[in-house]
Design a protein around this ligand. Structure first.
Ligand code: ZN
Length: 202
């Protein structure tokens, strides 16, 4: 897995590029130091639909599901990457650009995490185990990103927006991911009660 000079993955088997209009420039001189892990599924709990990509491309038909009109109206969002249940990676925003995934957020005293982070969405929910293929793809992508950016921390969306966001949820196995991706312990989120990164069975 490789990033090109414009900070897009080289499209290979298992990687697609679908440029989203939902991005802007990072503040000048910003080091990309944080990786943020999310989950998403649209409608919630349904997998394999086109709706996540549609949302990030501003092409979502709000009438396709009653939940959409209630919850997604006027939303303009994106993430750099989505990893579906089969481990397929789709990139929506170049990593050098600022994607709109974190919202109101804070990390280590710095607000506006979108400025200095890369966002990865796992197709899933907080409570359903992620697939082996997703951990494989996430680990490979993480290693690729760590080779290009001075990433010093990885957090769940729940860690940078506590009380507002719960993803990637208790289903995400931080220990397994950290080992696969080669993260040092110091880079990982501290254990939290409402966003437990270390499941009790681990
Ligand atoms: Zn999120």
């Amino acid at each position: 897995m490789k990033l090109d000079a414009q900070a897009w993955l080289e499209p290979t088997t298992g990687v697609s590029l679908r440029p989203s209009p939902n991005f802007n420039e990072r503040p000048e001189g910003t080091d990309v130091s944080l990786l943020v892990i999310h989950n998403i599924s649209l409608p919630p709990g349904q997998f394999g639909t086109p709706f996540v990509a549609d949302l990030f491309l501003n092409q979502l038909d709000l009438n396709a599901d009653p939940w959409f009109a209630e919850n997604l109206q006027g939303l303009t969002v994106s993430a750099h990457f989505v990893i579906d249940r089969s481990g397929h990676i789709t990139q929506f925003v170049a990593c050098d650009k600022r994607a709109w995934h974190a919202g109101v957020s804070q990390h280590a005293g710095r607000k506006q995490c979108n400025d200095f982070s890369i966002g990865i969405e796992l197709e899933g929910t907080d409570t359903l185990a992620y697939t082996d293929a997703q951990y494989d793809a996430l680990a490979a992508l993480t290693q690729c990103l760590r080779a290009h950016y001075p990433l010093t921390s990885v957090r769940g969306h729940c860690d940078i927006a506590p009380g507002r966001k719960t993803d990637p949820g208790e289903a995400f196995d931080w220990g397994h991911y950290a080992e696969r991706a080669g993260w040092p312990v110091a880079a990982l989120p501290p254990p939290r009660q409402d966003c437990n990164p270390y499941p009790s069975n681990n």
